[in-house]
Structures are given as structure tokens and as C-alpha cells.
Design a protein around this ligand. Structure first.
Ligand SMILES: Cc1cc2nc3c(=O)[nH]c(=O)nc-3n(C[C@H](O)[C@H](O)[C@H](O)COP(=O)(O)O)c2cc1C
Length: 391
């Protein structure tokens, strides 16, 4: 058995929807569990107007009864409050004779977006048909799916926390993170989701400067997962390696360009003695590592140490400062400018990264320890923990 989800919906369509299949029966789930994460995704210094227009909330339309999952597919929908202003432009019905002219047709592809490649691929002369779906608005329902996964994980004693370590070249100072509750408290209180108060203002200034210059900036987010038992994932086949699945999940977030675990790319310049995590054992803890340079993975499996994964987000591609492009109707060059855009979405992206990581871990746990019932999964996970402790 596996856990999976589909998402559907256009950025300015009536709603975004996800259907989750394979969530075990007996998980306590309410809209509040999900709405909290939706609100977190909408915050962050540097977000544009849309985040102020709309306050996302979820409707649960199937698969949950009296606050408990049933084991059947869970349909979750987020209504676009702005839809009433888009019914002509995004209408489902065929165009009438009176409304032959498509309003706000897009023929000018924006560099860094899916516009041009998507239009060529699907044969769309109006690139709104591309940008409406390629927009990061879709990450709203990925956060919804991730919130369900996070709830599932929390019942197994597994915690997930995401935060921002770098924005526009401003780096958080190195700190040992050994208390996820403390990390969460600090980052929730920060407008840039960064634990380091010393650089918070600098990060906000960098975002403001970029905005003033009509530009955008990117950054790095980190997700930490604590409490995953040893041996989730597998070395036996390439498509069972859990670190590879997490890397794909992070890379699938709009604008993400790279992934690393633990010391990551720094491993290229470090000697092996400073990379590999030495093994120790004591009665109370069982096996543990003297360091966590490999970010919780060896051989595609969890080591029992916290999973530490980072992703790099490129600067947002829609700029007030125009970039050169070509109109696909006239073939004339033009300076690509914008409808509306954020200047930095790295803080929001850290919430999306948490969600996609939570989903992959939950999925791996259901595949490995799962059956159809929450109580059975809990028992199986505990048996694995006991087995590892006695081994
Ligand atoms: C949370 C989040 C918000 C984003 N907001 C915007 C935005 O306001 N404007 C924009 O041009 N791109 C935004 N992006 C990035 C684009 O969606 C992305 O760069 C584009 O879809 C092209 O995909 P690619 O960069 O993965 O190739 C955002 C990405 C994320 C994760």
C-alpha cells in the first residue's frame, strides 16, 4: 500500500483541489490542523498583494467523518476568493460570439517561467493557459497534503520543522539546532522565518532593497525531521532510496534549483574523517552517531539521527525591472514586465518544503510499516524502535 495525491486547479480558477489516497483510517484530522499551515504559507516579509486579498482556508469534502479519517480518499479544496473577478477571463464555458475577444490574453513570455516552453509544448497561443497552472499558487494544496502528512507523523512522535537559512546572500549564523520546539517558536515569530535574530533585519532590508530596485532575491531553506526510526527507505534498489525521493520532492517545488543533505556540497572539500558520522552505543540510547554530517541518511535509509535537508530557491522570475523577451504573435522584442509579484517568497517556500518533505516521509512509513489502520502502524513503528534499541 502507498499514499499518494493529485492536485488540480488554476491560479485564478474557482478552487484548488487535492485528493489524498492511502491515508490510513483512524487519524484524527480537522480543518484547523490544515488551516494553520495555510496561514503560515501566506506570511513572510516580501509577499505581494495577493496574499493580502485572500486568506486561504480548506474544506474537507470526503474521507473524514466526525474528525477521523476513514481510509477512503480525502478530498480537500481551497476556494479562490478572487474567482468572482476572473469568471470572464477564466470561464469554463466556450466563448460566446459577444465575448470573442479573450480578455488579458498573454502573448509575451516571461523569462524564468514555464510560459514559452509550455506554450510551444501544448500549442497554446494564449500563454495564460500555461501560467495559470505553472504558478506557485498550486503549492497551496501541496501544503494541504503536507499538513495531513504532518498530522500523521506527529501521532508517531515525528516532528518536522522548516526554516530559512539564507536570503539574498545574507546567511543565518551557524547554530547547533537540538530543540525543534525552540526552533519553531523562533521562526514562527520571525517575518523571514529565520532563527537568527542578528540577521533578520538584514534579510528584510535585502528584500526591501530588491523590491525598490524592481528586482527579486532567492535563498536557502532547511527542513529538519526528528524521530524517524532507523531504516526507513532502502539500499536494495535505486527507487527505494528515501533521500532520493526527498530530493525529488524538494526539486519539484517551483523555483527550487538544488538540494543537499547535512554538510551537502561542502563534502566536496572536506576529508572523509570530517564527514562520516562515527557510531556509538549506550544502554539508554542504543546506537547513535557522534555527529550528523550526513543529514540522517546512509545507503538511502534513515540513520535515526535528524534528517537535515536544504533546498535553494532562485530569485522570483517576474520582475518589475523588465527583462528582454519576444512577443509570440508579433515576434517583436519587448521588455517583460509584470501583472503583480512578490519580491521574495523564500519564507513561504520553507513552509512548502516542510510539506513536501512531510509527505514523502509519511508515504515511506505507510509503505514500510503500514496497513490500513493508524493503530497497526503505530504498533509496527514501535516494534521497529524496540528492535533497533535491542539490536
Ligand atoms: C511559495 C512560492 C511563491 C512564488 N511566488 C512567485 C511570484 O509571486 N512570482 C513569480 O514570478 N514567481 C513565483 N514563484 C516561482 C515561480 O512559480 C517559478 O519560478 C516558475 O513557476 C518557474 O518554475 P521553475 O522556476 O521551477 O523553473 C514562487 C515560488 C514559490 C515556491
Amino acid at each position: 500500500m502507498t499514499m499518494r495525491y493529485l492536485t488540480a486547479g488554476e491560479s485564478h480558477g474557482p478552487q484548488l483541489t487535492t485528493i489524498l489516497e492511502g491515508v490510513p483510517a483512524g487519524l484524527t484530522l480537522t480543518v484547523e490542523d490544515i488551516n494553520e499551515d495555510l496561514a503560515r504559507r501566506q506570511k513572510g516579509h516580501g509577499r505581494g498583494r495577493r496574499m493580502q486579498i485572500e486568506k486561504d482556508t480548506v474544506d474537507i469534502l470526503s474521507g473524514v467523518r466526525h474528525g477521523q479519517t476513514l481510509g477512503s480518499p480525502i478530498t480537500l479544496a481551497v476556494t479562490n476568493d478572487d474567482w468572482k473577478h476572473w469568471t470572464n477571463i477564466m470561464g469554463i464555458e466556450p466563448l460566446t460570439k459577444e465575448v470573442e475577444e479573450v480578455k488579458r490574453k498573454v502573448t509575451k513570455p516571461r523569462p524564468g517561467h514555464a510560459d514559452l516552453n509550455g506554450a510551444i509544448k501544448y500549442g497554446h497561443r494564449d500563454m495564460r493557459n500555461v501560467l495559470e497552472r505553472s504558478s506557485a499558487r498550486e503549492t497551496t494544496v501541496r501544503v494541504v497534503a503536507g499538513a495531513v502528512a504532518r498530522k500523521f507523523l506527529s501521532e508517531l512522535g515525528i516532528q518536522v520543522a522548516g526554516h530559512v537559512t539564507e536570503i539574498g546572500g545574507i546567511k543565518a549564523g551557524l547554530q547547533v539546532i537540538d530543540d525543534l520546539q525552540d526552533l519553531k517558536a523562533k521562526t514562527e515569530a520571525s517575518p523571514v522565518r529565520c532563527y537568527d535574530k542578528n540577521v533578520e533585519q538584514e534579510m528584510m532590508d535585502a528584500i526591501d532593497t530588491a523590491k525598490k530596485n524592481g528586482d527579486s532575491i532567492g535563498g536557502i531553506v532547511e527542513v529538519i525531521v526528528e524521530g524517524v526510526p532507523v531504516g526507513v527507505g532502502s539500499y536494495v534498489h535505486y527507487d527505494r532510496k528515501l533521500d532520493a525521493k526527498l530530493a525529488a520532492a524538494i526539486m519539484s517545488i517551483n523555483a527550487f534549483k538544488g538540494v543537499e543533505f547535512g554538510v551537502g556540497f561542502e563534502a566536496a572539500s572536506l576529508p572523509g574523517s570530517m564527514v562520516h558520522d562515527e557510531i556509538a552505543w549506550d544502554e539508554e540510547r542504543g546506537y547513535y552517531r557522534l555527529s550528523n554530517n550526513l543529514g540522517g541518511f546512509e545507503g538511502g535509509m534513515t540513520t535515526g539521527m535528524p534528517i537535515v535537508v536544504r533546498g535553494v530557491m532562485k530569485p522570483i522570475p517576474t520582475l518589475y525591472k523588465p527583462l528582454q523577451s519576444v512577443d509570440i504573435d508579433t515576434k517583436e522584442p519587448f521588455q517583460a514586465s509584470i501583472e503583480r509579484s512578490d519580491s521574495c517568497a523564500v519564507p513561504a517556500a520553507s513552509v512548502v518544503a516542510e510539506a513536501v518533505v512531510a509527505f514523502e516521509i509519511a508515504k515511506a512509513i505507510v509503505e514500510q510499516f503500514g496497513q490500513d489502520r493508524m493503530d497497526v502502524i503505530k504498533g509496527n513503528v514501535q516494534r521497529m524502535r524496540d528492535h533497533a534499541a535491542k539490536f
